[in-house]
Design a protein around this ligand. Sequence first.
Ligand SMILES: *Cc1c(COP(=O)(O)O)cnc(C)c1O
Length: 428
Amino acid sequence: MSNAPQDFGTLAIHAGTEADPATGARQVPIYQTTAYEFRDADHAAALFGLQEVGYIYSRLTNPTIAALQNRIAELEGGAGAVCTSSGHAAQIMALFPLMAPGRNIVASTRLYGGTITQFSQTFKRFGWSAKFVDFDDLDAVKAAIDDDTRAVFCESIANPGGYITDLDAIAPIADAAGVPLIVDNTTATPYLCRPIEHGATLVVHSLTKYMTGNGTVTGGVVVDSGKFDWSASDKFPSLSQPEPAYHGLVFQETFGPAAFTFHGIAIGLRDLGMTMNPQGAHYTLMGIETLPLRMEKHVANAEKVAAWLEGHDAVEGVTYAGLDSSPYKSRVAKICPKGASGLFTVQLKGGYDACVKFVSALNLFSHVANLGDTRSLVIHPASTTHRQLTEEQQTAAGAAPNTVRLSIGIEGADDLIADLDQALKAAT
Ligand SMILES: *Cc1c(COP(=O)(O)O)cnc(C)c1O
């Protein structure tokens, strides 16, 4: 092809896939197989030695999952991607090649509740640690980075909504310190934000959310920009020096911009085994085909519903970055110009008790611990997803006790408003 297609809508359907070479099947088949027959002993040896790229065993690689990896890498503008069994697995997979006992990451306080728990508690078992910092305080971010820091971590549009990280300000700080910036792009999706264009080294996703889009799959992905020079210091020996876990292979020297991706498959998936399944990958490929249409509607609905809620007597505040009243409104134009996604929080004047009543009184909104579904969802973070955090951590993460999180679906906006109206009446 002379002119490679550039439009996001075209890429969402075509990137990374072609008609199946074996059968001509136009849609990506679900390769439901564990293993792949080697042509002969030399072929097997070349595959295991990474001299030839191909399929060995589905813990490592699978054609359905490869199609998804290629599509997401292209949508994010990355050099390669590795899919994982969940978004949380993607976070561990992204950090695994970078970290070692005694090393730390500098992370934003505004993160998905489960991520704060993973970083502050489970990290300790690996001898890793996380320093949580307000990413609006750039001096504090700089000051938190020390000789043992191996990554800076934030979300582009932060869960539970309403906050947008100024990636353009954070990326140069990570760069100056010689460490990669990892951006969780789950809430934005590459349709609304492409973190690599703002200086991110790695992008992680929970594919469970908007990317699949209908609440059918648990999955994740790590996308590498291919732009970080792992050999610029001695901080990343797994990538820049002989890797004992792969008979002394030097990944960056051998694979160049694909080093991180090859490491993720050859060592990360091989030894941690956080592999996505082919059926899940197929559903996510189907979901991504309509990602641009869905995100347009999520944004349009969220803008309408947030504006309506902001004018309601029972409401203390609405933290949607797409509202004119949001302190982060100016960052929308810079970081995610097509909109601030469909996720935000609403603070009720009646506090914790009103929130609990409000959630119970909603009919069209489903009370579930998920987001980014075609249907509208609601949750009260302080009593659920952010329950394990202290009240101080809850408030810092945007999930104070008087706060309800809404994930606005793609139904008719007037029906959503009617449901919210009757539930607010019931709650106050
Ligand atoms: C859901 C979510 C995760 C975790 O993803 P799982 O697929 O549930 O493991 C991580 N980050 C964000 C922003 C999320 O919304």
